[in-house]
Ligand binder design. Structure first.
Ligand SMILES: [Fe+2]
Length: 135
């Protein structure tokens, strides 16, 4: 069983966003597998880099949809994204310099943050964007 299992309650009702969320969760699963099977540091480093790159791509899409449609809580939503990226970049830096290793605590943090953000903050914009024809 994967570390994170997709569930219908994580759907935001927008096809492309759901696809991207799935892909993000997939990177966290990859990272979990890499840790569990004792992969080399550079393998984990590559997954972390891919996760960060894809996270920023994904946040850009969401922020574009929200700002273009004058979503009232756009700034608060963007701040959640920015805070998360900052935190993951800090982790990446300490991982690279060797002061932190990949731990289950870090994986739990990534999983919990993402699932909570999707289920709470992202789902809040669902009906707003759906009503604007974005599905
Ligand atoms: Fe979001």
């Amino acid at each position: 069983m994967p570390f994170i299992q997709w569930n219908a309650r994580y759907s935001v009702g927008i096809k492309e966003v759901d696809t991207q969320h799935n892909k993000l969760l997939g990177y966290i699963n990859d990272l979990h597998d890499a840790m569990k099977t004792g992969q080399a540091k550079d393998v984990m480093g590559t997954i972390i880099q891919n996760l960060i790159r894809y996270t920023t791509t994904h946040f850009s899409l969401e922020e574009k949809l929200l700002s273009e449609n004058n979503y009232p809580a756009y700034l608060a939503h963007k701040k959640e994204h920015d805070d998360f990226v900052r935190k993951v970049l800090e982790f990446q830096k300490s991982f690279q310099t060797g002061s932190t290793s990949l731990s289950i605590d870090m994986l739990n943090f990534l999983r919990d943050w993402l699932l909570n953000h999707i289920a709470v903050s992202d789902r809040k914009y669902s009906s707003y964007l759906n009503e604007k024809g974005i599905k």
